[in-house]
Design a binder for this molecule. Structure first.
Ligand code: ATP
Ligand code: MG
Ligand code: MG
Length: 549
């Protein structure tokens, strides 16, 4: 494949390597907070961090950013590891920011001893007020001048559990007049008497993101710490802590986060959808989570391809869901086995085919693969199911399917001609009567007849039933988070349609994790709830982009 041009982060890395920075070493990290399942946005960061390491002979750490005890859980840790591995990436070390709590505490003491941190008894409101505004400098309070001894003693008491939640915080003494509000004596530690999923009840003070992230990077000697644009204003503070502590100088670089239309991507919002029952679970096939996409039938290759195509930029935009769909179609077209399934059946009777007679037809698995990728037998008989939409009582011109007098090819079988049809008293069509051309059998057609249309079918006596789940986008609007009111008001009430379909018998051999193309109906995969006697198929995507108007 042809080589694309370097993205701006690759350019930085190449320059660092050229200049011999870090002895040419490249070490990145992927730092999820274990407070939810990974989503497609995270996969951009995963592909970027792991991709850089692969490209430049480096390594990537998986570091759980678990400094907030209240929202974090081991269920999330497990799902995150599973999803990264499924995407096809291997981390070097599995690490936890909470493993650095002792070291971070020592760092904090070092800053206190250097006169660069103080314990503040103010309430959050007072702190916010004293910080001033972007145009007006903040004002120091009486705690800012506490002696080093007093600060050490108070901070130790905070750690020992002497004070209730919120009674005191530890702040860095940076600059109350800085134009960057984040430098106006940011909070480093808060008191929270909460159980942590790894450290249990050992700690009742927890470091803030800004005092944990950069220090964790530095402890691990991360060379390129890549995060999303909202952290640009944090970079000064990231560098300030590293400089004042005189520790390994990791560097932070920012790129634009991935936004996708017709969905939401914040874990807080996704959690609401799960908790309030708008979707079944984190891995509901309508969710933008990695686990949801996997259950829907997305492949790791298609997601990696998507991340490659959207690229790495410094400006935010919203990516079309249709690009993600394009990527999975591209992949499945090459790998999915073709099968026949009728989703909305009507019976077709071949009046000149002997009753009780059967034939075995043959269909290749994938015409895109040389040799067809093998094939399967398909039973054929006098009565077939076809799609109701493939017949019209009064067909317009250029309708290349069935109507009285029209001919069509039955996929992998014969050409048939429609002679007649039967209606029930309500006017609903119940049977379509055809004759077949015996010389037109696929593979040995000597009929000389050319027909324009080919339709799929399933033999009635051989048909198996399957539950089929058809999905539409989860939200009715492109950017639900940007609409008035609650984002959940914009959920698409028709995002899931469950139907019973007739499928060819070979689909009972379908395997989990593999894609199948139901001819003319889209790509499907077995759902996790599928059982041998009750197969359940999820539609991954339609064959064509049906959403463009
Ligand atoms: P959310 O807002 O969904 O909770 P987060 O940034 O709080 O996301 P983290 O678990 O902290 O979630 O994210 C881990 C890494 O993934 C971070 O480096 C973060 O920048 C990156 N990331 C998260 N969302 C996106 C996104 N939409 N596009 C690209 N990278 C993302
Ligand atoms: Mg985060
Ligand atoms: Mg978050």
């Amino acid at each position: 494949s042809e080589e694309r041009s370097l993205n701006f982060i690759e350019e930085i890395v190449e320059e660092d390597i050229r200049e011999g920075k870090n002895d040419g070493r490249v070490l990145t990290r992927f730092p999820p907070e274990p407070n939810g399942y990974l989503h497609i946005g995270h996969s951009k960061s995963i592909c970027l961090n792991f991709g850089l390491a692969q490209r430049y002979n480096g390594k990537t750490n998986l570091r759980f950013d678990d400094t907030n005890p209240v929202t974090e859980d081991t269920e999330y840790v497990e799902s995150i590891k599973n999803d990264i591995a499924w995407l096809g990436f291997k981390w070097d070390k599995e690490l936890y920011a909470s493993d650095y709590f002792d070291q971070l505490y020592e760092f904090a003491l070092a800053l206190i001893r250097a006169g660069l941190a103080y314990v503040d008894d103010s309430t959050p409101e007072e702190i916010a007020q004293q910080k001033g505004t972007p145009t007006e400098a903040g004002k120091p309070n009486q705690y800012r001048d506490r002696s080093i001894e007093e600060n050490v003693q108070l901070f130790e008491a905070m750690k020992a559990g002497t004070y209730p939640d919120g009674a005191k915080v530890l702040r860095a003494k940076v600059d109350l007049a800085s134009p960057n509000m984040l430098l106006r004596d940011p909070i480093m530690y808060r008191i929270k008497h909460a159980h942590h999923h790894r450290t249990g009840d050992k700690w009742c003070i927890y470091p803030m993101y800004d005092f944990a992230h950069g220090q964790s990077d530095s402890i691990e000697q991360i060379t390129h710490s890549i995060c999303t644009l909202e952290f640009v204003p944090h970079r000064d503070l990231y560098n300030w802590f590293i400089e004042k502590l005189d520790i390994f100088p990791s560097h932070q670089y920012e790129f634009a986060r991935l936004n996708l239309n017709y969905t939401v991507m914040s874990k807080r919002k996704l959690l609401q959808l799960v908790k309030e029952g708008h979707v079944e679970s984190w891995d509901d096939p309508r969710m933008p989570t990695i686990s949801g996409l996997r259950r829907r039938g997305y492949t790791p290759a298609s997601i990696r391809d998507f991340c490659e195509r959207i690229g790495v930029a410094k400006r935010e935009n919203i990516i079309e869901l249709s690009l993600l769909e394009f990527c999975i179609r591209e992949d499945l077209n090459k790998t999915a086995w073709r099968r026949m399934a009728v989703l909305d059946p009507v019976k077709l009777v071949i009046t000149n085919y002997r009753e009780g007679q059967e034939e075995t037809m043959h269909g290749e698995n994938n015409p895109e693969v040389e040799g067809g990728d093998g094939g399967r037998d398909i039973p054929f008989s006098r009565e077939l199911y076809i799609e109701r939409e493939d017949f019209m009582e009064e067909p317009p011109k250029k309708f290349f399917r069935l109507g009285v007098g029209l001919m069509v090819r039955l996929k992998n079988a014969y050409i048939v001609k429609c002679e007649n049809f039967v209606k029930d008293p309500d006017g609903k069509i119940t049977e379509i009567h055809c004759t077949y051309i015996p010389e037109s059998r696929s593979g040995s057609d000597t009929s000389g007849i050319n027909v324009k249309g080919t339709i799929h079918w399933v033999s009635v006596p051989h048909a198996k039933t399957a539950e089929v789940r058809l999905y539409d986008r989860l939200f009715k609007v492109e950017d639900p988070s940007n609409e008035e009111g609650d984002f959940k008001e914009y959920l698409n009430p028709d995002s899931l349609q469950i139907i019973n379909a007739f499928v060819e018998p070979d689909l009972l051999n379908a395997v989990r994790g593999k894609g199948y193309q139901f001819i003319r109906k889209g790509y499907f995969t077995l759902d996790t709830t599928s059982t041998p006697d009750r197969p359940v198929f999820n539609r991954t995507v339609t064959l064509k982009d049906g959403w463009s108007v």
